[in-house]
Ligand binder design. Sequence first.
Ligand code: PGA
Length: 252
Amino acid sequence: MKQKLIAGNWKMNGGLAANKALLHELQQGLAHALDSKHAQVAMCVPAVYLSQVQQLVMGSGINLGAQDVSMHEHGAYTGETSASMLKDFAVRYVIVGHSERRQNHGETDVQVALKAQRALSAGMTPIVCVGETLSEHESGHTEDVVKRQLAAVIHANGHCISEIVVAYEPVWAIGTGKNATPNQAQEVHAVLRAQLKAATSQAERVHILYGGSMNAANAAELLSQPDIDGGLIGGASLKSADFLCIIAAAAR
Ligand code: PGA
């Protein structure tokens, strides 16, 4: 069985002192948890803290992640961060197409696919987020939406597709405290797995994470579903005790 992947997403939270304290607590907790080796852990932090967090997690088994990457290689793109810049800080994972970027910055499926491509060509693993809004959910369009979002990434990345991580994040579950039920999530994960299988013989290797109000209380049940290979954790990644509980649930 493949190791589960638990990735934190701090979003626009943190500060030099708070980051240091949180990572210290996490590392202490991980050192005491004998079974922590059975889950992979990553933390996706704001770009300005990559250098600090790179130093703080060195040798701890916590992988460094970023929250976005430019779809351009370099040049006149004020405010953007390129894949090669992230690579300079030993970034292993990059979130692309988070719903907050799709909604607040108008990112399209094609742009998200290009970002995934940039990450892959720089040797990083894109965590490609897909997920339906509440109205899409209520009108029964969940499957169409996530398949359309993933199809763009498959189309742009061809045979490299088994190197990505997918995160199913129903928009209505993000930061709301209202997670998808394990059955609801599993159903969508199975659809995504089938879509990957049609594109690659390596689809079983791909981690499909669930994200959206995953917490210490609901993680074990969500993570026990056959196609849920880990979690993308927002709010609960900012509290060491909660994040450690989720890692422990994944290591079972
Ligand atoms: P949440 O966020 O865990 O706070 O719901 C998840 C995410 O947006 O990645």
